[in-house]
Structure formats: structure tokens, C-alpha cells
Write a protein that binds this ligand. Sequence first.
Ligand code: HEC
Length: 102
Amino acid sequence: MNFKNAFLCFFYTIFLCSVIYSCSSALYEPDSKNVKNGTLLSELKEGREIYIRKCSSCHNLHLPEKYSESEWDHWLEIMAKKAQLTKQEELKVYKYVTMEKK
Ligand code: HEC
């Protein structure tokens, strides 16, 4: 491989990594394919809203795919108190962060 190709290859790799990273770090937008098990699309959208509004004041938002359902269950129980969510809000956030996996 000559110098020019190695150079191009290097930048191509960086470009690909940044594209993959920026896609995977976005919080998913719920749409009708996420709606299962009697959950309403509006609940998922509200859950996302509440999650962004109430859960980002102390730390960065954690991506839904980072934790399993039982881990979310565990963390939400603790964090809902910190963020002073009502039971309904907690449930919507829980549905939002776990629905993508179902
Ligand atoms: C009042 C501040 C505060 C608010 C509001 C808050 N958190 Fe947290 N969160 C923390 C602190 C502090 C920790 C880490 C300490 C710990 O282990 O309890 C943490 C840790 C976490 C973790 C675990 C990170 C790890 O260690 O893997 C998750 C997940 C999380 N928060 C989600 C949420 C969600 C969801 C909400 C909204 C319902 C929220 N947080 C709102 C303070 C907050």
C-alpha cells in the first residue's frame, strides 16, 4: 500500500467510526414499530420527553440499549425518587427505555 492509499484508508476509517458513533448515541425516536404489548405510541413519546427533561440534570442521559430491562427496573426505582417522578411518569420512562428491545 502506498502512502496516499494508507492516508485515505485512515480518514475513511475515522469517518465511518464517527458516523456509527453519532447514530448509536442518539436517543431513539419511538414510532409505530415500537408499539407492542398494549403500549401507546403517545406514552413512548411522553416517556422520551420526560426522560430528557427530568433525567439529564445530574448526569448525561444513559442510552436505553445500555441496560437490560431488570437493570432499568432497578435504576428507575432509585432515580424516579431523585427526579421526583410520579408513578405514571416513571412507568412511561420505563416503557420508553425498555420498549426498543421487545
Ligand atoms: C438528583 C440527581 C439525579 C437525577 C435527577 C437523576 N439521577 Fe440518575 N444518577 C444520579 C447519581 C448520583 C447516580 C450514580 C450514583 C448511584 O449509584 O446511585 C446516578 C446513576 C444513574 C444510572 C446508573 C449509571 C451506572 O452507574 O451505570 C442510571 C441508569 C440513571 N442514573 C438513570 C436516571 C434516570 C432514568 C433518571 C430520571 C428518572 C435519573 N437518573 C435522574 C443522580 C440523578
